[in-house]
Ligand binder design. Sequence first.
Ligand code: BDR
Ligand code: CA
Length: 307
Amino acid sequence: MELLIDCDPGIDDAIAIAYLAGEQQVGRVSLTAVTTVRGNLDASTSGRNAAFVLDRLGLQHVPVLRGAADPLTPLATQVDAEAFHGPDGLGGCHDHAHPDRSESDTPLAVLRALLRAVETGHTLLATGPLTNVALALRAAPELASSPNRIVVMGGAFGSPGGNITPTAEYNFHLDGLAAAEVATSGAPITLIPLDVTERVLISHADLAGLPESPVGHLVRRLLEASIHIHQREMGISGCIMHDALAAAVSVDPTLVGCTPGYLHVVPDGDDRGRCELAPDTEGPVDVALDVDVERARSVILESLSRL
Ligand code: BDR
Ligand code: CA
């Protein structure tokens, strides 16, 4: 399966990329490009971190194109997730001596890459705010009638509630308008919300199975940093696999149980990013509300342990 990931690394995006690299080693995935977006931190940090992680994973040939530097929703106040990902976006794991090869000033190239990916039957995985995807759908609305599902990490449906406001999930809140446009575009979407991601955790005990290789060492440091931050910020002992779960579902959709329907996302205002689902078997959006927690954890760990 050929796959393009649009992301905002971010520790958990980095873990999702590492998971995909492990799946690539056994031929289940071919990662063809990475596009990045402003999300956890600014757009240049997203691009730089994506390139750094790919390089360390031995995927120097995978292009990294930087996309939208700002959300479609005008933000009245600065929103970022530095508290969760650290000033470098990678929990202190970025090596500042590493040359940044991400391509800047490429929003148009990002659009082209997304359009080409959908047209050529790639799986599109989005683990950041949906700004780039919404812009691609604005440029080519006919993409929505492509049969390829777009797997999206985002949204929250009430159990346990939001993670940035009481009702909204971070990616959908950061760019509510983009999420709203993508949700109602008619594109076939598999949505991986907090309701399932927050059930899939990796703990310290799980790290024992990671290899002693240089890549295994980086993955371990990323996970350790994330576990530490989750303990400090949320008081839980384990890090949530938001983006890695979405990546795992793009490889194996049977990991989650979905409810189909029509999705509405509040585009702006205080409630920005809040989701409502009108269940309907004809609806274009499959919302994952159930997950096989143990199988999801074990496929993620198994893939990371190949690195
Ligand atoms: C999502 O928000 C970001 O902080 C993470 O990278 C993840 O994609 C979780 O709400
Ligand atoms: Ca992300």
